[in-house]
Design a protein around this ligand. Structure first.
Ligand SMILES: NC(=O)C1=CN([C@@H]2O[C@H](COP(=O)(O)OP(=O)(O)OC[C@H]3O[C@@H](n4cnc5c(N)ncnc54)[C@H](O)[C@@H]3O)[C@@H](O)[C@H]2O)C=CC1
Ligand SMILES: O=C(O)C(=O)COP(=O)(O)O
Length: 468
């Protein structure tokens, strides 16, 4: 497989394909993007991707509904012993009393992890007449309240739930978080659904909890090892219902993730990073951030690089509603790529900045007014705004200018005096370089000023020297 894909610029995978260090190494630097056609990117070696300057994108929302529906399907079929009863009838038996189930209505469901899938599960469960509580240390309480779900602590969720549905990612913090200690805090007879990741449950502890009766039933779509070995005792347990990682497996979701990931990969190959709602809102500012950083590094350090950069974001949004990580990554890209051959992307930006001793500090200026626009301006020595959807330079040092940041710019520091505009224009004209605009930011005649010229072609070094 590695030989075949060494001829590719991008690779798109589902959870079943492990994109290991070996895969990145075999690409010999050609691979630019790995697209994960789904939510979780735990099957991609992110450190190896970073080191190889490869961007990793995912399609985080296209299978949300499918995963939530699968959790609800498992919840209902577990409560009514559908899988076990089906196998029994097919084996020629008729065991009506053995498969008496439990009702869902008015039971308490604890949704652990109140993100995209968890909140969709909560909405569906509410419609089934369940009392839904949620535990998520990072989700805003308002999100749960808005759909009539109470946010509770981990302990309260465990102790009051009749059903528990797991929807957190697998991270070092969530690995085996459902262990002996957690099971010991659960109500006796609790029923558990796991459509998240196998690793969040300690399998041996689950087995003990099933055998002791703390857990009456479990329904699992995901496993620590996929496919689980044939003799896996949890999988074979009569109180356990299993499916082979089918959460995202509906025709609609598969088509959805395919389209979304193709868009994200094409966008990334074109240098747009990714295509999601948040990103599209920030898109013009992403371009602005990178262009300002490119300009700043040239103005401030004269091409030798910078070590410490202060970025000021002016916005009417509360700092909590403005995620600047992507903007910061683009600033890093602008600062570093302008003065080196290092390829910076969303994945390796932090790593690359640290490696080069570049420290970026951020400052927020809270403006009055409508928070409809995520940002008003970004300042990194130079200041810029988005006007008509396009990045514009609005200030160089203390000089106000107003120029589009598309194409190439020549910035000259000067003492504002007659003939200068004409002289610069004729040097460029002699070279057949077309000047598409010129703007002078000045305080007064014969004072310091900044002249900005937009040019269609790149002037020769000699011409630039003459202008200098
Ligand atoms: N079985 C399947 O086919 C599918 C499985 N998934 C799994 O479902 C998971 C959730 O997906 P989404 O909802 O789209 O992700 P998401 O990122 O929208 O939500 C995850 C939520 O978990 C929360 N969380 C993190 N640490 C936590 C902790 N210690 N305790 C409680 N909550 C915690 C986060 O704050 C976040 O709100 C994914 O990580 C993925 O592993 C997703 C799609 C399909
Ligand atoms: O999106 C996810 O995280 C999933 O678990 C779905 O996995 P799949 O794309 O079906 O291999």
């Amino acid at each position: 497989m590695c030989t075949k894909i060494s001829h590719c610029d991008a690779l798109i995978v589902s959870s079943g394909t492990k994109v290991t260090r070996e895969v990145f190494e075999s690409f010999g630097g050609r691979l630019k993007v790995v697209g994960r056609a789904g939510v979780e990117i735990d099957n991609v070696d992110l450190s190896a991707a970073t080191e190889h300057g490869c961007l990793v994108v995912n399609a985080p929302t296209a299978n949300t509904v499918a995963a939530a529906e699968h959790a609800i399907a498992l919840l209902a079929s577990m409560a009514r012993n559908i899988a076990q009863a089906d196998a029994s009838v097919k084996a020629g038996k008729w065991q009506r009393s053995k498969y008496v189930g439990v009702s869902l209505v008015r039971k308490t469901l604890a949704v652990m992890g109140f993100g995209m899938v968890g909140s969709e599960v909560a909405r569906c469960a509410k419609r089934l007449g369940m009392n839904v509580i949620a535990h998520d240390p990072y989700a805003p309480v308002d999100r749960a309240r808005a759909i009539g779900v109470e946010s509770v602590s981990f302990e309260d969720a465990l102790s009051s739930a009749d059903f528990i549905s797991l929807h957190m990612p697998l991270t070092p913090a969530t690995s085996k978080m459902f262990n002996d200690d957690a099971f010991s805090k659960m109500k006796k007879g609790v029923r558990i659904v796991n459509v998240a990741r196998g690793g969040v449950i300690d399998d041996e502890a689950l087995l003990r909890a099933l055998d002791s009766g703390i857990v009456a039933q479990a329904a699992l779509d995901v496993f620590t090892e996929e496919a689980p070995p044939k003799d896996n005792v949890v999988v074979q347990h009569e109180k356990v219902t299993v499916t082979p990682h089918l959460g995202a497996s509906t025709k609609e979701a598969q088509e959805g993730v395919a389209v979304k990931i193709a868009e994200a990969v094409v966008g990334a190959l074109k240098g747009e990073l990714a295509a999601s709602a948040v990103l599209s809102e920030l898109s013009p500012f992403i371009a602005l951030a990178e262009k300002l950083a490119r300009l700043a590094v040239q103005l401030v350090a004269g091409g030798s690089g910078v070590k410490s950069v202060r970025v000021t974001y002016a916005s009417a949004r509360s700092p909590d509603d403005l995620d600047t990580r992507l903007l910061q990554a683009m600033i890093t890209k602008g600062l570093i790529e302008t003065i080196s051959s290092v390829f910076v992307n969303l994945v390796n930006a932090n790593f690359t900045a640290k490696e080069r001793g570049l420290r970026i500090t951020e400052e927020r200026v809270l403006l009055d007014g409508s928070p409809e626009n995520p940002l008003e301006s970004i300042k990194i020595t130079v200041e810029g705004r988005v006007k008509d959807g396009k990045p514009h330079l609005t200030k160089v040092g203390s000089f106000g200018v107003n120029v589009s940041l598309e194409g190439s710019l020549i910035l000259c520091r000067q003492v504002y005096q007659p003939h200068l505009i004409g002289k610069v224009g004729s040097i460029l004209g002699d070279e057949n370089v077309n000047v598409n605009f010129m703007s002078v930011g000045r305080i007064a005649t014969l004072e310091q000023a900044v002249m900005t010229s937009g040019v269609d072609e790149e002037p020769s070094k000699e011409a630039l020297k003459k202008i200098g």
